[in-house]
Design a protein around this ligand. Structure first.
Ligand SMILES: Nc1ncnc2c1ncn2[C@@H]1O[C@H](COP(=O)(O)OP(=O)(O)O)[C@@H](O)[C@H]1O
Ligand SMILES: [Mg+2]
Length: 329
């Protein structure tokens, strides 16, 4: 992404006839935060990471801006708070180790992970002045101009293509887990990421119940809101999980709301899966400005209720979406 695009996106106010904030708080599964004492600012974790500032706080952990006293570098330190059960700690360490082995500009760089007494942590590169895409949306009046939204979606798809080539699925793609930084779009929060065996298909270990149990702390965007219908209904999780979610991210960036949210907001998982069984509405009428017909066609395919009708890879999605930008952007 060009620097000028970045500046424009951060200050854009030209779209948004009416202020339409995504109605993500109507998540069918409400966050259940477990109140744990977060380490205080100034604390040094593992004799090395001095906590400078709190960047984000979930029910099970917190992300700090910290200084690495060994190198003098600034890092982002994610900590799973003490008192958490062993199984969750093991999962955290597994995903931290997986992230530390990945390197791509669209993927947050994991630097180190470890534990300090009860607390497990992951040190990552710190992206200063970054905002997640939900914050970007709010700043822009609830909707982004289609070329910006499409550009961000393309960058997200490049990151997903890389991950899937490494046999890794993220499983929690949503605007809040995508940062817009000086170098463009960067995918964060690999807590649920998983390396798959041949064929990119999950063993099914983590079904919807597992997800809600793992992720009920995920703030405004309850994870099921970004799930394909077959996944809501308990199907095996494969790369399609990320691809469908990436389609939803673009839809939300363009419209300020989820497609299933357009008529009446679903209140339960069952209602959500029924809504996902409907075709997503066309963008044109609702947006108040013209978008290329190919963009509607792309979204229709990305969010098709029938998995076999969707794109088969992030690379294919990227190719077709970037072509729309190239021709009309
Ligand atoms: N590497 C980073 N650089 C800057 N800010 C970050 C970084 N990682 C996370 N954050 C901030 O912390 C918030 C929570 O991070 P995330 O990993 O999504 O935690 P959670 O599991 O609580 O959702 C993000 O929305 C972002 O604002
Ligand atoms: Mg997150």
């Amino acid at each position: 992404m060009r620097e000028s695009d970045y500046r424009e996106a951060r200050t854009a106010t030209r779209v948004g006839r009416k202020k339409s904030v995504p109605r993500l708080s109507e998540a069918p599964t409400q966050p259940v935060a477990t109140e744990q004492a977060a380490p205080r600012l100034g604390t040094v974790i593992d004799g090395r990471y001095q906590l400078l500032d709190l960047l984000g706080r979930g029910g099970f952990g917190a992300v700090y801006h910290a200084r690495d006293l060994a190198t003098g570098e600034h890092v982002a330190l994610k900590v799973l708070l003490s008192g958490e059960e062993r199984r969750r700690k093991r999962r955290f360490e597994r995903s931290a180790s997986l992230l530390c082995a990945l390197r791509h500009p669209g993927v947050i760089a994991g630097l180190a992970y470890g534990s300090d007494q009860d607390l497990v942590f992951l040190a990552m590169e710190h992206l200063p002045d970054s905002q997640d895409l939900e914050q970007v949306l709010l700043r822009c009046g609830g909707r982004l101009p289609w070329p910006d939204a499409t550009q961000y979606a393309c960058e997200l798809l490049e990151a997903l293509d890389f991950l899937h080539q490494q046999q890794v699925i993220h499983r929690d793609v949503k605007p809040k887990n995508v940062l817009l930084s000086q170098r463009g779009v960067v995918l964060i929060d690999f807590d649920l990421a998983k390396r798959l065996g041949p064929g990119l298909e999950d063993s099914g270990e983590l079904d919807l119940n597992g997800l809600t149990e793992e992720r009920t702390h995920s703030g405004l965007t309850g994870t099921p809101l970004y799930m394909a219908p077959e996944r809501i209904e308990g199907g095996a999780v494969d790369a399609q999980a990320d691809l469908y979610a990436a389609g939803l991210v673009l839809f939300v960036l363009l419209t300020g709301k989820l497609p299933s949210d357009c008529a009446t907001a679903p209140r339960t998982i069952r209602e959500l899966s029924c809504a996902r069984r409907l075709r997503p509405p066309m963008l044109g009428a609702d947006l108040g400005y013209e978008v290329p017909a190919e963009l509607d066609a792309w979204l229709g395919r990305a969010l098709d209720p029938r998995p076999r009708q969707r794109f088969t890879s992030a690379a294919e999605m990227y190719e077709q979406l970037s072509a729309v930008l190239l021709v009309h952007g």
